[in-house]
Design a protein around this ligand. Structure first.
Ligand code: MLT
Length: 405
């Protein structure tokens, strides 16, 4: 008789955004006349850039001809895309990354959920609190997190680094030494971003402690301040301690088309001298059959002159929404942070409401969907996240509704 992976049974509740979708669908069903505006999950609303669409059409045509047809993609991704990544995301920022350090994938969510495969289950992870739920949940699935305490909503074998307004939503070094440190900057959900000096300190810390940083840079396109690094490899010594995960979802609207990549530097070795790059290559080759050619061609077009200009415009569009949200909420008396280097605004719930109470209140009274801060971890209690990825019209309407509450 087969048995299941019991780690899955330890996971409390369902995935945050599935829980929200269920609640919202039930509300819509019961209130078909209400116009519900979603500023919840960070899903884009603008169509793909014309340069991207053109590249996709042309790649579809390639698939129709025997001369240009493509079957399985190369393990690491097509060289045309990896060269564009190397030149634009790294060389242009003074960082040298080799082509065989770039692993193209179907997105940052999969990579951040799968990266744990190459680490021992005995490693101790450290995460920010609040945190993007995939990091902890995927470690639970792998059996790395110990037991769950429903009172504290914490796992016994996870180091939590609270990010609150007291520390400006920037994590402090933990008392206990971690083996794997998850950092996301610009941050989901708080919208804060690590300055270069702060990130350099984390790199120094990781090198000193022989820990590895999993650096999620999915939101780097939203950075507006000069002293915030776009890549962890802008910091000295990062290649010996950091893996970086990138996404095309937020910077170029690929949430529905799926594309991302991970950098695993060849200099990154475990204490016993084992290099991580060949391990990830082995994992990639075994469990992944490549992002589709059509989508990789679309990704390449993001780096064309037209693609860069058009995606920059999209980012500016969303950041204008971010400004609308922050200014509107502030004028309505809310305490709001984030949304300067990120498409997420992080607000304090009014009158001591819990995050989920405020979620229900906004849904019922203003027909707006946001994300309860406590869904990202206990230190998110009393906070609420609104995304700037809606349309401008809906964002404006949502803020007016909140002001009129
Ligand atoms: C979010 O809303 O936190 C993100 O959209 C989730 C994701 O990127 O997977």
């Amino acid at each position: 008789m087969f048995k299941v992976n019991e780690n899955y049974l330890k996971l409390p509740g369902s995935y945050l955004f599935s829980t929200i979708a269920k609640k919202v669908n039930a509300y819509k069903e019961a209130n078909p006349d209400k116009e519900v505006i979603s500023l919840g999950i960070g899903d884009v609303t603008q169509p793909l850039a014309p340069a991207v669409i053109e590249a996709m059409h042309s790649a579809v045509d390639d698939m129709a001809s025997a001369e240009t047809f493509k079957g399985y993609a190369p393990d690491l991704g097509y060289e045309f895309l990896r060269s564009a990544i190397r030149d634009n995301d790294f060389k242009a920022r003074g960082v040298d990354i080799d082509l065989d350090e770039i692993f193209v994938s179907d997105g940052a969510k999969s990579d951040s959920g799968n990266i744990g495969d190459i680490f021992s289950v005995n490693n101790v992870i450290a995460v920010c609190d609040p945190v993007y739920p995939v990091y902890v949940d995927s470690n639970v699935m792998e059996g790395r997190t110990g037991t769950y305490n429903p009172e504290t909503e914490r796992w016994s074998n996870v180091i939590y680094m609270p990010c609150t307004k007291e520390n400006n939503f920037v994590p402090d070094f933990p008392e206990q030494t971690p083996d794997i440190i998850y950092l996301c900057s610009p941050n989901n959900p708080t919208g804060s971003a690590l300055k270069k000096d702060d990130l350099q300190k984390w790199v120094n810390y990781a090198n000193e402690k022989k820990a590895v940083i999993i650096f999620d840079a999915a939101y780097e396109a939203y950075i507006s301040e000069d002293d915030v690094p776009h890549s962890i490899y802008e910091c000295d010594g990062a290649k010996t301690c950091a893996i970086e995960i990138r996404s095309f979802s937020k910077n170029a609207g690929f949430t529905g088309t799926r594309l991302g990549y991970t950098i695993v530097p060849k200099q990154l070795v475990a204490e016993d001298g084992t290099a991580l790059n060949p391990l990830w290559a082995r994992r990639h080759g075994t469990k992944f059959n490549g992002a589709p050619y059509i989508i990789q061609k679309a990704g390449e077009a993001v780096y064309s002159e037209a693609g860069k200009a058009q995606t920059k415009e999209q980012v500016a569009y969303y950041m204008n929404n971010a400004k609308t949200i922050v200014e509107g909420l502030k004028s309505a008396g809310y305490n709001v942070s984030g949304a300067v280097n990120s498409p997420y605004a992080w607000l304090e719930t009014p009158e001591g409401m819990t995050s989920w109470d405020f979620f229900d209140f906004l849904l019922e009274k203003a027909n707006i969907v946001g994300t309860p801060g406590s869904g990202f971890g206990p230190s998110g209690e009393g906070y609420f996240r609104l995304t700037a990825f809606g349309t401008y019209e809906n964002t404006l309407k949502a803020i007016e509704r909140i002001k009129n509450l």
